[in-house]
Design a protein around this ligand. Structure first.
Ligand code: NAD
Ligand code: TYD
Length: 353
């Protein structure tokens, strides 16, 4: 196995930490440098499993600062980047679009520039992996799937900022030959997900007997991917993906929100020893999210046929593993939901009822 020095951005977030849990022990000859600003979504408690590994270094920093990136590249001489750092929550992008523009667009361009300048045309063995979302493709009707060349049609400030970053990454490939690879992935769920996204929020609310705010009619559809499956797909694409290519990653797990919520309620009743039906009584229909995309669904045939990757975890099994993890990790949950979290949550919920 060759030695590599890999910059992972956003490694203290949900997907980044799950990715490092996979990669750090699996590749002892690689050195992983985790660059993270530690926003509300980034938490060093997500990284206890790897923090003492000799092939892992944490650096706190902000990708919107180009000079800092120049210094970081000359300090570590990275040959690869796996770029996950982002503002990632659609509801927040509606109330504060500018932080999404800064981190997701400007931050990505800063990284592209830092890599391009540092590598200075010597691209052999180099790789810039950009992690993105299926939300860039917009909204589907009742049928059809997103494929890699589906036209971009983003509708939220979050998805527009990610679409913009995807375009810029491809532009650096075409214009400067920067050796990029991209993936666009469906909704992730699993351990270490900050409790503002649907599933961790609802697990936390059920635990505390709080209302479960279902947006609109609840019939919005998402494809759900176990975060460990996403991490293994990133590992596969990082090592085997073709330069300049994009791969869609999906879970083959389409659910209408309300059906998924009922399934979660069932699991939580069992795990908490509550009578069947107790948790679903907390379901509360609230005002819809503006511009709410009706349906996302991924066709991941390319990844399956070219790189032989398929998801392993189905939603029923994954929901149970996730709920058990949250119930067994109370200290983590308390830590990430203390402080500013409560105010944010009350404010968001207040706007919807
Ligand atoms: P997250 O919000 O949990 O984590 C993002 C991380 O980025 C945090 O640790 C945060 O501190 C860090 N960060 C934010 N701004 C930064 C900055 N300016 N400089 C340095 N670090 C900064 O997000 P996630 O859910 O783990 O998503 C990771 C990536 O995967 C994102 O690019 C997201 O668009 C993409 N993605 C997420 C999903 C999903 O379902 N969560 C699905 C598809 C793609
Ligand atoms: P979310 O987890 O925010 O992911 P995304 O918007 O990126 O798909 O939301 C998943 C779905 O759940 C989406 O259709 C919005 C809906 N939703 C609710 O109904 N209530 C909530 O409190 C949240 C956070 C989401």
């Amino acid at each position: 196995m060759s030695k590599r020095t890999i910059l992972v951005t956003g490694g203290a977030g949900f997907i980044g930490s799950n990715l490092l849990h996979l990669l750090v022990p699996k590749y002892p000859d690689y050195h992983f440098v985790n660059l993270d600003k530690l926003t509300y979504a980034g938490n060093l408690a997500n990284l206890r499993e790897v923090e003492n590994a000799s092939n892992y270094t944490f650096v706190r920093g902000d990708i919107t600062d180009p000079q800092f990136l120049v210094e970081l590249f000359s300090r570590f001489d990275f040959d690869s980047i796996i770029h996950l750092a982002a503002e990632s929550h659609v509801d927040r992008s509606i109330s504060d679009p500018m932080s999404f523009i800064m981190t997701n667009i400007v931050g990505t361009v800063n990284l592209l520039n830092a890599a391009r300048n540092h590598w200075d045309g010597a691209f052999d063995g180099k790789r810039f992996y950009h992690v993105s979302t299926d939300e860039v493709y917009g909204s589907l009707g009742d049928t059809g799937f997103f494929v890699e060349d589906t036209a971009y049609d983003p509708r939220s400030p979050y998805s527009a900022s990610k679409a913009s970053s995807d375009h810029l990454v491809r532009a650096y490939y075409h214009t400067y030959n920067l050796p990029v690879v991209l993936s666009n992935c469906s909704n992730n769920y699993g351990p270490y997900q900050f409790p503002e996204k649907l599933l961790p929020l609802f697990i936390n609310n059920i635990k505390h007997n709080k209302p479960l705010p279902v947006y609109g009619d609840g019939k919005y559809t998402r494809d759900w991917l176990w975060v460990g499956d996403h991490a293994s797909a990133i590992d596969t694409i990082f090592h085997q993906g073709k330069t300049g290519e994009t791969y869609n990653i999906g879970g083959n797990n389409e659910w209408k929100n309300i059906d998924l919520i009922h399934e979660l309620c069932k699991v939580m009743d069992e795990l908490l020893g509550r009578a069947p039906g107790t948790s679903s009584e907390l379901i509360t229909y609230v005002k819809d999210r503006p511009g709410h995309d009706r349906r996302y669904a991924i066709d991941a045939t390319k990844l399956k046929e070219e790189l032989s990757w398929e998801p392993a975890v189905q939603a029923e099994e994954g929901l149970r593993m996730m709920a058990e993890w949250y119930l067994n990790n109370e200290e983590w949950l308390e830590q990430v939901t203390s402080g500013a979290y409560q105010n944010y949550y009350e404010e968001m919920y207040g706007k919807r009822v």
